[in-house]
Design a protein around this ligand. Structure first.
Ligand code: ADP
Length: 259
């Protein structure tokens, strides 16, 4: 069981970057990366300068979500220049190595790659750097949460009991390293049938709100399970960028406002 580090053990901030916010989940597949991407775009819509660091080293999704490929350029200071899309500066391990290569890295290599992506990147002036964390609450996540100067963390969960149990672990992990939990997002909250319009709570509904209340952390909002979100994500044109006045974008925007 890892001990929480004293505040002094935290590494210094990144020059020019005002706040670093982690988006985390207790387990994979709950929509953490999709939420992180649309949250970043929501923050842009609020007029903030935003970066995205895809730290999900074993399954980097941000290149696909933002529709970006290719190695970043290197500037005169030998820093990597992040790709910019929809007003967000994006950096991902997916730009640097083959995904299958990173999958077999051991812990120390993962940590050094993440350290480089945090500090050897020409982020410039940012109000918020969103970090898409690897899913789960294992050693790598704990170390990352401990060594990154995080302003806070957003936890994404689906409403099922099992996912909520994992989300609770996520909250406990950030508490342990004294990172404030900014709140919980319920993803895949309800499903609206595109044919008949009937709304069904496939994974249950309201579980994350209830859990957030129990844990004494804010509830940030809910996002339905919807074809448009899945399709736009797969196409690299996130819903927040392509249909900013639609209901889904408004839901992400409301979450961005609460963060
Ligand atoms: P994680 O980062 O938690 O592993 P992802 O964000 O990669 O999860 O999402 C997993 C899959 O679920 C992706 O195919 C994504 O497009 C889809 N997805 C995520 N959220 C939603 C949603 N609200 N509605 C429909 N599909 C979603």
């Amino acid at each position: 069981d890892a001990k929480p580090s004293p505040a002094s053990a935290k590494s210094a901030g990144i020059p020019g970057v005002k706040h670093i916010v982690a988006v985390a989940s207790g387990k994979g597949g709950v929509g953490k990366s999709t939420t992180a991407c649309n949250l970043a775009l929501g923050l842009v819509a609020l007029g903030l300068k935003v970066g995205m660091l895809d730290a999900d080293i074993y399954g980097p999704s941000q290149p696909k979500l933002f529709g970006i490929t290719g190695k970043p350029a290197i500037d005169a200071q030998r820093k990597m220049v992040p790709h910019e899309r929809y007003g967000v500066k994006v950096m991902s391990i997916g730009f640097l190595v083959d995904e299958t290569q990173a999958m077999i890295w051991r812990g120390p290599m993962v940590m050094s790659a993440l350290g480089q992506m945090l500090r050897d990147v020409a982020w410039g002036e940012l109000d918020v750097l969103v970090v898409d964390m690897p899913p789960g609450t294992g050693d790598a996540q704990l170390t990352l949460a401990q060594q990154t100067p995080l302003a806070g963390a957003v936890i994404v969960s689906t409403p099922q009991d099992l996912a909520l149990l994992d989300a609770r672990r996520g909250v406990a992990m950030f508490n342990k390293v004294s990172v404030p939990v900014l709140g919980v997002v319920e993803n895949m909250s309800t499903f609206c049938c595109p044919n008949c319009g009937h709304v069904s709570p496939i994974f249950g509904h309201g579980g994350a709100r209830h859990e957030a209340e129990k844990l004494g952390v804010p509830f940030l909002g809910e996002i339905p399970l919807d074809m448009e979100i899945r399709e736009t994500s797969d196409e690299g044109c996130p819903v927040m960028a392509t249909n900013p006045s639609g209901a889904h974008a408004q839901a992400y925007l409301a979450i961005a406002q609460r963060v």
